[in-house]
Design a protein around this ligand. Structure first.
Ligand code: SAM
Length: 270
C-alpha cells in the first residue's frame, strides 16, 4: 500500500503517524476515561492505525484479550512497537474491516476510533462489525465532526484551509462531519442502549498543553497533511494555502488565539 492511498485523506506519511500519536496523548483522558472492559474480555479494535488508541485501551483495561486490525502494514508495525510490553495477549492483524476473518458472534466488545469518517459506507461497516459481536456485546465508536469547530482570530484564510480538509475528505468518499450522525447510524444498525456524548475541546493560551497538543499538533498538523491533495484537487493554490495555514496557526497564539472542537463518543449494545 502506498503512503497516500486514494481512499484515505490523511495517508500513512511519517508526519501523519506522528500526528496520530500526539493526538491520542492529548485527547486520551477526554475520550477514553470511561471505556473500561472487564478482565478476560475478547475485544476487537477495528482500524487501530499506529496503535495510539490501543495503548490507551490497554492502559485502562490491562487484562483484556485484544485483537487490533488495520489495512496498513506500516501502521501495524508501529502499533506493535507502540504497545510493546503493555499486554502480552494483544495481537495485531492486517485485515479489511469489510472482510473480517472471524466467525459471527466472536467478540464481546468492539472499539472503533476515527475510522468511520473515512469510509464511503459507514452503515455497511457497522453491520459488518455487528455480525462479529456476541449478542449483548458492546460497540464503542469515537468520531470528530469538522463542522463543530470555531476559532478566533476567525480569518477567511484559516476557514479556507479548514474547508479544504473537509472537501478533500468528501471527494475521497469520507465524511468529516460524521460525529453528528453517530446516533442515527447506530440506530439504523439496530443497536440497543445507544448513548452518544459530545466531548468538547477548548484551547486558549491559559491552557498551553491544549494549545500545543490540540491546536498545533492535532489540528494544524492534520490540515497541513492534506496540502498536496488540496493543491492537486484544485481546491487552493500555494499562496492561498500558505496564507491560510499562517492564519490557522494564529488561533494558537497568546493571548488572542482560541480553538474549539467537539468529538462524539457513541456506545451501544447488540
Ligand atoms: C485516522 S486513522 C485512526 C487510527 C486509530 N484508530 C487512531 O485513532 O489513532 C484511520 C485508520 O483506519 C484504517 N482503515 C481505513 N479503512 C479501513 C478498513 N476498511 N479496514 C481496516 N482499517 C481501515 C486506516 O488504515 C487508518 O489506519
Amino acid at each position: 500500500m502506498t503512503d497516500r492511498p486514494d481512499f484515505y485523506v490523511h495517508g500513512y506519511s511519517d508526519h501523519e503517524l506522528k500526528r496520530l500519536r500526539d493526538q491520542s496523548q492529548t485527547l486520551g483522558d477526554l475520550l477514553h476515561h470511561d471505556t473500561r472492559y472487564p478482565p478476560g474480555r475478547l475485544v476487537l479494535e477495528a482500524g487501530c492505525g499506529i496503535g495510539a488508541q490501543t495503548a490507551l485501551l490497554l492502559k485502562y483495561s490491562p487484562d483484556i484479550q485484544l485483537i487490533s486490525l488495520d489495512l496498513s502494514m506500516k501502521s501495524l508495525k508501529r502499533a506493535q512497537t507502540e504497545t510493546g510490553g503493555l499486554n502480552s495477549t494483544a495481537s495485531f492483524l492486517q485485515a479489511n474491516l469489510f472482510e473480517l476473518p472471524f466467525a459471527d458472534e466472536t467478540f464481546e466488545d468492539i472499539f472503533v476510533c476515527f475510522v468511520l469518517e473515512h469510509l464511503p459506507n459507514p452503515q455497511d461497516a457497522l453491520q459488518r462489525l455487528k455480525a462479529v459481536l456476541k449478542p449483548g456485546g458492546t460497540l464503542t465508536v469515537i468520531e470528530g465532526d469538522h463542522g463543530s469547530c470555531f476559532f478566533t482570530p476567525n480569518h477567511e484564510g484559516a476557514r479556507h484551509v479548514w474547508n479544504c480538509l473537509i472537501e478533500a475528505q468528501a471527494r475521497l468518499g469520507g465524511d468529516s462531519l460524521i460525529g453528528r450522525r453517530l446516533y442515527p447510524l447506530l440506530h439504523e444498525a439496530n443497536f440497543k442502549k445507544i448513548n452518544v456524548s459530545p466531548r468538547f475541546v477548548y484551547a486558549d493560551s491559559s491552557r498551553p498543553a491544549w494549545v500545543d497538543g490540540f491546536t498545533l499538533k492535532t489540528i494544524c498538523a492534520m490540515v497541513e497533511g492534506v496540502r498536496e491533495r488540496a493543491l492537486e484537487m484544485g481546491l487552493t493554490d500555494e499562496h492561498r494555502w500558505e496564507k491560510g495555514m499562517e492564519e490557522l496557526r494564529r488561533t494558537s497564539e497568546s493571548p488572542h488565539g482560541v480553538f474549539c472542537y467537539t468529538f462524539f463518543k457513541g456506545t451501544a449494545v447488540k
